[in-house]
Design a protein around this ligand. Structure first.
Ligand SMILES: NC(=O)c1ccc[n+]([C@@H]2O[C@H](COP(=O)([O-])OP(=O)(O)OC[C@H]3O[C@@H](n4cnc5c(N)ncnc54)[C@H](O)[C@@H]3O)[C@@H](O)[C@H]2O)c1
Length: 397
């Protein structure tokens, strides 16, 4: 099938399209539907504003509706490159305040974060600590009750950049064993492959992948790829995680000359910056494909790649070709943004039902208990994990 011509939709058409996507997600999000009924009755967020930074797409729209049903004013922005404009239009039509659009870059994203914080939120739901760090540095935090943080990257930033100091409790959703198992491993594993297939239209069996980072996400990607016949080499800094990869049957190697020359696809998924740099680009083979599954595109030195390349050319919506001075071509997928979100449909609906229910139940927990909790980043309370896992187990079995 050839490329389809993009046709601009009217706002009404965008709303209708967004609503259909949200409807499909909601049909498969039984945990959030159940919570929505409970929240509608008990109004745990009555009079409160919840400031959110999370990908704007159908599943998070279902979460926003759930919080809205519980009495909250919901103000949201997405992450650069992942906002679905039709979903944003449908959310706005339901009274949710949405900032941002798909074409936003990092600078525009930071302006959107500022706008969300301008609504004086009582609760924060963050994805990459953008809201929390900006609020701690530039806004009055006196009315803040607490917050949640979705990602490993955000938790690292809170713990390292702010030294764990934040004036209210922040529940780190990613620390929940439930999210690690269901979303990071199985959700990301399945959908990074979907993103690769959709953006490249290439065969998986026999293709040589190098997965950098063998945490929950990397483990999922490596295992799903192997199940589909790909050859996988794992690069891992931590010897414990490396040992686990080896025991799971993968070749574990450094990002050395041999790995760089033989790899056909490199996927970063560490949550850390500058994992692949100029010295690595210099040794990759002609046609090597670069993709990222980690939260920020900073895992590859893209500025360095642009600087070194003799020229670059966008050859499809999602593939940019960089011609190096020696004639080799490197192919960057989805601008280095998360491949499963920027190039695919994002994590499977059921995994997000679990992750986003952890968010909703944690926010309710903060409203009821924040005064007795310690300040700063902390794990998901046991009671929240038990409530959500029991419901999910019932659904899946
Ligand atoms: N794409 C998505 O939908 C999605 C979903 C969840 C999480 N994430 C993101 O994916 C990233 C990884 O998440 P996770 O839960 O797997 O984290 P994790 O902390 O469990 O795993 C990261 C792994 O990377 C390794 N690592 C760090 N620096 C390295 C280096 N220089 N070389 C090799 N290995 C290195 C660490 O040792 C660790 O084992 C984070 O940025 C997270 O926010 C993305």
């Amino acid at each position: 099938m050839g490329l389809q011509q993009a046709v601009a939709l009217t706002n009404e058409e965008q709303i209708a399209k967004g609503r259909k996507g949200i409807h499909w997600a909601e049909l498969h999000m039984s945990l959030l539907r159940e919570l929505r009924e409970d929240f509608a009755e008990k109004q745990p967020f009555a009079g409160l504003t919840i400031g959110i930074c999370i990908h704007v797409e159908p599943k998070t729209a279902v979460l926003c509706r759930t919080l809205q049903a519980g009495g909250a004013k919901v103000v949201i922005t997405g992450s650069p490159g992942t906002t679905q404009d039709a979903v944003a239009a449908a959310m706005k039509a339901e009274g949710i305040v949405v900032y941002g659009q798909r074409s936003d870059d990092r600078a525009r994203h930071l302006e959107n974060i500022h706008q969300v914080l301008g609504h004086d939120p009582d609760l924060l739901m963050d994805n990459g600590a953008d809201l929390a760090i900006k609020m701690a540095k530039h806004f009055d935090t006196s009315r803040l009750i607490g917050g949640t943080e979705e990602t490993t990257t955000g938790a690292n930033l809170l713990r390292e950049d702010l030294g764990g100091q934040f004036p209210v409790p922040v529940i780190v959703i990613n620390d929940s064993p439930l999210k690690k198992i269901m979303e990071n491993e199985h959700g990301v594993g399945q959908t990074i492959i979907e993103g690769f297939m959709r953006t490249t239209n290439l065969l998986l069996p026999t293709r040589r992948f190098v997965i950098i980072g063998y945490g929950a996400c990397g483990r999922g990607i490596a295992k799903y790829l192997r199940n589909l016949g790909s050859q996988v080499v794992v690069v891992e800094r931590d010897p414990i995680a490396g040992l686990e990869a080896a025991l799971d049957g993968f070749k574990v190697a450094g990002l050395d000359n041999q790995t760089l020359a033989s790899g056909q696809v490199f996927i970063t998924v560490t949550g850390r910056p500058d994992i692949i740099g100029k010295e690595h680009f210099a040794k990759m083979s002609d046609g090597a494909i670069l993709a990222n599954a980690g939260h920020f595109s900073w895992e590859m030195d893209l500025a360095g790649l642009r600087e070194t390349a003799a020229s670059s050319d966008r050859i499809t919506e999602h593939i940019e070709q960089f011609e190096m001075p020696d004639g080799r071509r490197l192919m960057l997928l989805t601008r280095g943004e998360m491949l499963n979100l920027a190039g695919g449909g994002g994590n499977p609906v059921e995994t997000m039902d679990l992750g986003l229910s952890l968010q909703a139940v944690s926010l309710r927990y903060l409203v009821l208990n924040s005064r007795s909790m310690k300040q700063g980043p902390q794990s998901v309370p046991h009671a929240v994990n038990i409530e959500v896992s029991s419901k999910m187990l019932k659904q899946l079995s």
